[in-house]
Design a protein around this ligand. Structure first.
Ligand code: UDP
Length: 359
């Protein structure tokens, strides 16, 4: 039993590879290193190759006796996907279909797929009658209480049955593959788990692997790069949203909690369970200002911030219900507190201020 990790040199892939190794699994990282980093693999077995290179991949699967695949390899920047859809349809759709065809040909029966909250699109934009459809109420969470106090609509949390109407090319390409998986599963018996990540953040406790995107677009790394003096300020994309402090609320989930879910997903399929789709989030939302404030507490200094224009396509609130993953996979996130998440990211950024390129 050996697990192939496509994109295992990337952010979430490298954390998953490390955890799999620590828990005694045999694995092989397969990555074309277009955005991944060989250093992130930390000496684990790595083959440099492309998922679209079917011949090479089939040989690797045979040589290494691969039985399961965790498929991270993809392009994942929402803004870039709008500017350059061709790249996203090629890498994420054509590349992944080629991968699936190779798996079917090689009789690999199980795949865990990196999907995204971006498949849901903008909550509420599907409604014709002004009502938000398809959402479940949050229950008694901090965010629910604060919304209620402000006299606003009860906050709504996305579950797996919510309408799928991606607003970005990135989300669209991931949804296409979720649908393809359904068809491949029915026709060819390939079992799958799709994991819809919310806002991945943080780094391994070792501080040796972490988030290194070029260019960086995500909030927490940008805030910490500002704290390091690498950027003059962080620009808050709008403070006039209908939220407790006017800034967007997101569901931040620690990368090692995501990694843990992949291990459980592989085990779930190996036990013979049916294909499933799971949200992976914290169930608690944090605003942009709360992220900056908590980061200031963690780093012990003021982080210059300024309010700018809204970023197009940003929904006010995106929070996940991950009850299904907790119930069926037995998933138990370990890093629910925002401070804990930022502490781990800060350690990585301090150790590697320029990412993997310079220590
Ligand atoms: N954000 C921001 N300034 C930045 C980058 C992000 O205010 O420089 C906000 C963004 O509008 C969103 C949140 O931070 O509300 C998280 O954005 P990110 O790009 O990290 O993840 P996304 O939610 O888009 O997947």
């Amino acid at each position: 039993m050996r697990i192939l990790i496509t994109g295992g040199a990337g952010y979430i892939g490298s954390h998953t590879a490390k955890m799999l190794k620590e828990q005694g699994h045999d694995l092989l990282v397969y990555d074309n290193l277009s955005t991944g980093h060989a250093e992130a693999v930390q000496g684990l077995p790595l083959v440099q190759g492309d998922i679209a290179d079917g011949e090479r991949l089939a040989k690797v699967i045979k040589d290494y006796e691969i039985t399961d695949v965790i498929h991270f390899a993809a392009s994942s920047i929402v803004g870039e996907s709008m500017q350059n859809p061709r790249k996203y349809y090629l890498n994420n759709v054509v590349g992944t279909i080629s991968l699936l065809n190779t798996l079917v040909a090689c009789k690999v029966e199980r795949i865990v797929f990196s999907s995204t909250a971006a498949v849901y699109g903008e909550p509420g934009n599907n409604s014709e009658n002004g009502l938000i459809e398809g959402f479940v109420t949050a229950g008694v969470t901090e965010i629910a209480k604060q919304f209620a106090t402000a006299g606003q609509t009860e906050p709504l949390v996305l579950n797996e049955d919510c309408p799928l109407k991606p607003t970005s090319v990135y989300g669209q390409t991931k949804l296409i593959i979720e649908n393809a998986l359904k068809d491949y599963s029915r026709a060819y018996g390939l079992k799958y788990i799709s994991l819809r990540y919310f806002n991945a953040c943080g780094a391994d406790d070792s501080g040796e692997i972490g988030e290194d995107h070029q260019p960086e677009t995500h909030l927490i790394p940008l805030v910490l790069q500002t704290a390091l003096g690498q950027r003059d300020k962080i620009v808050i994309f709008g403070d006039d949203y209908p939220t407790r402090d006017g800034t967007c609320i997101r569901d931040y989930i620690h990368v090692n909690d995501l990694a843990q879910a992949h291990l459980l997903a592989v085990g779930y399929l190996r036990e013979g369970n049916a294909s499933e789709i799971f949200n992976l989030g914290n169930g608690e939302g944090f605003s942009v200002k709360e992220i900056i404030r908590t980061a200031e507490e963690v780093v012990g200094r003021v982080i210059p911030a300024e309010v700018g224009a809204r970023r197009s396509g940003d929904p006010a609130v995106l929070v996940a219900s991950s009850e299904k993953a907790k119930k069926l996979l037995g998933w138990k996130p370990q890093y629910s507190e925002l401070e804990k998440m930022i502490v781990t990211a800060w350690k990585w950024h301090q150790n590697h201020p320029n990412g993997y390129s310079q220590k």
